[in-house]
Design a protein around this ligand. Structure first.
Ligand code: FES
Ligand code: FES
Length: 399
C-alpha cells in the first residue's frame, strides 16, 4: 500500500494528500474519481465536470504540478500527491495575469470551461518559450469551449506569454513532457522545434507470452457479442488468421510475424488528447471442435509505467438467422500505472462497444470478399465523439 493510503471503513480508502497547499485526510470509495472527491468531499466546486470521459478538459487540475484530468484519475491513485485546483490559484501570479487577460479579451461566456482552461493555459504560459499561436492552440486542444470560438482564449494566452517574455521572464526549463494533460500524446513537446518530425516513442520490452500464467483473475470483466452475416465455420476460420484479424481491429498493430500460438503487437487507445499504445505479446489457444478460443496477453505502454494484462475468450455460434454467426466475447483485464484511468469499466465498455462495431463491419467486408479494409486505424476523434454523444443522449433520455 502506497504512502498516504490506508484502509478505512469497509469499502473505503483513507487518503492523505495535499490539496491547494493544505494537508487533507479523507475517505473515498476505491471507484471514486478525483473530480468527485474534490467537489463532493472537499466542496471545491471550481473543478467542473463535463463529459467525465477525459474529452472536454473542464475538470483539469494540477496533479503534482502537471495538468491532469480529475475525472479520469482515481482518487485512490492520488494518495500522497499534491493537487491544485483553480481555487488554489487565487494568489498565483500567472493565473492572475491570465484572469485579467481572459476578462480583457472576452475569453469566457458561460465560464463552464474556464477553470480547466485556466489550469491548462497556466501550464502553457510557464513552459512555452514564445507566444506562438499554433503551439498555444495545440496545447489547448484538450480543452473544449462551446461558447467563445476560442479566438479570445488564444489571444489572452499568447498576450500573457508575450508580456512575460518581454519582461524578461523566461519559460520553465527541463519539462520534456508533451503539452497537454498527463498522458497526452500530441506529438510535440515544449522542447521540440516546430518542424521537428515526431520521434518514435521508446517501447518497453513486451512481456514474454511464455511468462503468462494460465490462471488469471482480472480486475474487471465484461461481455460483448457481435453478429456477422456469414456461417459460423467461416467466421471461426477467419479468426484463425491473425494478420486478417489485426487488419480488421481498429488500433491494432502487429510488430512481429505471428506464430501459430503467439502474436506480438499492440493496441492504440486514445481518449481526447490522452493516448497510449500498449505493446506486448499474447498466447492463443483454439478449440476447433467447439468453435471457441482464448487469447491471453500482457503488455505495457511506451514508458513502461503502465501495464495491462488480459484475456479474451470467444465462442462462435449460430446467429439469429440461418447462415449467420454470433461471436460471444468474454473480456477480462487489469490495468495498472498512471494510465489505469483507461481501465474504468464504463469507459472500457463504451469504447469496446464502438470498437466491436467497426471490427464486425471489417470482418463482414473481408468475409464477403470485399477489398481489404483500410489499415486498421483507430479514429480517436470519432470514437471519442460517439462515446460523448451516447453519454449525452443517455443523460437527456434520448438513448
Ligand atoms: Fe474530465 Fe470532461 S469532465 S475531461
Ligand atoms: Fe462557455 Fe467556454 S465559456 S464553455
Amino acid at each position: 500500500m502506497s504512502a498516504g493510503l490506508a484502509e478505512s471503513a469497509p469499502g473505503h480508502l483513507a487518503l492523505a494528500l495535499t490539496v491547494n497547499g493544505r494537508p487533507v485526510r479523507i475517505a473515498a470509495e476505491p471507484r471514486s474519481h478525483l473530480g468527485d472527491l474534490l467537489r463532493e468531499g472537499l466542496n471545491l466546486t471550481g473543478t467542473h465536470l463535463g463529459c467525465e470521459h477525459g474529452v472536454c478538459g473542464a475538470c483539469t487540475v494540477l496533479l503534482d504540478g502537471e495538468p491532469a484530468r480529475a475525472c479520469l484519475t482515481f482518487a485512490g491513485a492520488c494518495a500522497g500527491a499534491a493537487v491544485t485546483t483553480v481555487e488554489g490559484l487565487d494568489e498565483d501570479e500567472v493565473a492572475a495575469e491570465l484572469r485579467a487577460a481572459f476578462h480583457r479579451e472576452h475569453a469566457l461566456q458561460c465560464g463552464y470551461c474556464t477553470p480547466g482552461m485556466l489550469v491548462a493555459a497556466r501550464d502553457l504560459v510557464l513552459r512555452l518559450p514564445a507566444a506562438d499561436e499554433r503551439r498555444v492552440r495545440i496545447g489547448l486542444a484538450g480543452n473544449l469551449c462551446r461558447c467563445t470560438g476560442y479566438a479570445g482564449i488564444v489571444r489572452a494566452v499568447t498576450d500573457v506569454i508575450a508580456a512575460r517574455r518581454a519582461r524578461g521572464i523566461g519559460p520553465e526549463t527541463g519539462a520534456a513532457r508533451p503539452l497537454g494533460p498527463v498522458g497526452a500524446r500530441l506529438g510535440e513537446t515544449v522542447a521540440a522545434p516546430h518542424s521537428a518530425p515526431a520521434r518514435p516513442a521508446r517501447m518497453a520490452a513486451p512481456a514474454a507470452a511464455a511468462d503468462l500464467a494460465d490462471t488469471f483473475a482480472p480486475a474487471h470483466r465484461f461481455a460483448q457479442a457481435i453478429e456477422l452475416a456469414h456461417p459460423p465455420e467461416a467466421v471461426f476460420a477467419l479468426l484463425d488468421d491473425i494478420e486478417a484479424v489485426a487488419a480488421c481491429l481498429p488500433g491494432a498493430v502487429l510488430t512481429g510475424r505471428p506464430e501459430p500460438d503467439t502474436v506480438e503487437g499492440g493496441l492504440q487507445v486514445r481518449i481526447g488528447p490522452i493516448g497510449a499504445t500498449f505493446r506486448g505479446r499474447a498466447r492463443i489457444q483454439r478449440d476447433a471442435a467447439g468453435l471457441s478460443g482464448r487469447v491471453r496477453g500482457a503488455g505495457s505502454d511506451a514508458g513502461g509505467r503502465s501495464a495491462t494484462e488480459g484475456e479474451i475468450r470467444y465462442r462462435v455460434g449460430p446467429g439469429a438467422t440461418p447462415g449467420t454467426a454470433r461471436v460471444d466475447l468474454d473480456v477480462g483485464y487489469t490495468l495498472t500505472g498512471p494510465l489505469a484511468q483507461f481501465g474504468r469499466p464504463g469507459l472500457v465498455r463504451d469504447l469496446a462497444g464502438r470498437i466491436a462495431t467497426d471490427f464486425s463491419r471489417n470482418l463482414d467486408a473481408r468475409l464477403s470478399g470485399a477489398a481489404a479494409p483500410p489499415p486498421a486505424g483507430l479514429n480517436p476523434l470519432r470514437l471519442a465523439l460517439s462515446v460523448l454523444r451516447a453519454r449525452l443522449a443517455a443523460w437527456f433520455g434520448r438513448a
